[in-house]
Design a binder for this molecule. Structure first.
Ligand code: PEP
Ligand code: MG
Length: 365
């Protein structure tokens, strides 16, 4: 069990008394959520809901869903996924004891869940009983030249609403189960990934509210949930005023926002970035420390336009930069409400947030 003790714990108490920014953690397992609490996280800022399905047994249900021929078939597989997600979400809510938990709905392109080589297909088919030829054909059909710019994020929720409907139901049912067991009432935040347009957000918001209302009516329990969006595409930042009409919070996905602003792959940037850093063109790796110029400008624009539409909109960051001290300093300056980072970076983030707050106060003198 990780724990903060002695002088370090004392230092944290001072830091907490000074900082303005809240600090949350990115977590999807019980272990990570518990570690986050130990390190002082004030909520979960990002549950990557798809991670719960990469497990060998669970992925079978996803594959079954992807292979289904029609909506009825997909719904049958989704019913299995619902049970699993609900269980996971109950666990996260229980560990977080009434602190906010932000669930990001399914993000990766569906083909990532399918086996691709003939051998893998054979092995999966043997293990799950799913038809090998169909698996391979579907993997080929779903293949995309640029999957990161393709059928992923909320585009899945628009094309296959039943997937997001299942996830919203799982979140609400889990929250209701936790309330029924007498534990602290959860504050679920439902977050849509890769949104770029107001009308897209409107569609997703309506889907979310419709399902949430239905579940609450079925159970006769009201849950105080919120709906929001990631801001991880330049267009989302520029049209933040439109998105804020239908979103109660924004969370900056600076991994994708850095990728799409520079047009540099977050996965393969190592091939040339070293040369840029050697030649002084880049001072630092923009995927580690937030680029305060281009990407930073987009964040400033989004904060300003989001607040123009909805003055009390809640603003956070959940990309890797949320645990980087120089980036946290920027988050303080631009006026975000919280940062979210991996559990083990929470103590550093608490310190960095305090340091940033001191810097801002000095400036005002
Ligand atoms: C991001 O894009 O910054 C983000 C937090 O989401 P993911 O890393 O899962 O794409
Ligand atoms: Mg992202």
């Amino acid at each position: 069990e990780p724990e903060l003790t002695g002088d370090f714990a004392a230092l944290m108490v001072w830091a907490d008394a000074i900082r303005r920014l809240k600090v949350r953690a990115n977590a999807e397992t019980a272990t990570d959520a518990a570690a986050a609490r130990q390190f002082g996280a004030e909520g979960i800022g990002l549950v990557r809901s798809e991670h719960m399905f990469f497990d060998a047994v669970r992925i079978a249900a996803v594959r079954e869903m992807i292979l289904a021929d029609d909506r009825a078939g997909r719904e049958q597989a989704l019913a299995k996924m619902l049970v699993m997600q609900r269980e996971d979400f109950v666990q996260l809510f229980s560990i977080m004891e009434g602190l906010p938990v932000t669930f990001r709905l399914l993000d990766p392109p569906l083909h990532e869940f399918l086996p691709h080589t003939a051998e893998d297909v054979e092995a999966v088919s043997k293990a799950t009983g799913l038809d090998a030829a169909k698996l391979l054909a579907r993997a080929k059909e779903l293949h995309e030249v640029n999957p990161m710019l393709g059928h992923r994020g909320c585009r899945l929720g628009v094309a296959y609403p039943e997937i997001y409907e299942m996830q919203v139901r799982a979140i609400l049912e889990a929250a209701i189960e936790v309330v029924a067991s007498g534990k602290a009432a959860p504050i679920p935040e439902i977050m849509h990934p890769l949104v770029s347009k107001g009308l897209e957000m409107k569609f997703l918001r309506e889907l979310t509210d419709r399902v949430a209302k239905q579940v609450m009516a079925e159970k006769g329990v009201t849950i105080d949930y919120r709906v929001g969006t990631m801001v991880e595409l330049p267009r989302a930042a520029i049209r933040a005023d439109d998105l804020a009409e239908h979103a109660e919070f924004f969370s900056f996905g600076t991994n994708d926002l850095t990728q799409t602003t520079f047009g540099i792959s977050r996965d393969d940037s190592g091939r040339f970035l070293g040369a840029y850093i050697d030649k002084g063109i880049f001072e630092r790796d923009p995927f580690v420390t937030l680029d305060q110029e281009g990407v930073g400008d987009l964040i400033r624009i989004a904060v300003e336009r989001g607040r123009k539409t909805r003055p009390d909109i809640k603003l956070g960051i959940c990309g890797e930069h949320g645990g980087d001290p120089a980036s946290i300093d920027f988050c303080e300056k631009v006026g975000l409400d919280y940062v979210s980072c991996s559990p083990f970076r929470v103590p550093i983030a608490r310190l960095a947030a305090a340091q940033a707050a001191i810097g801002e106060r000095e400036k005002d003198r």
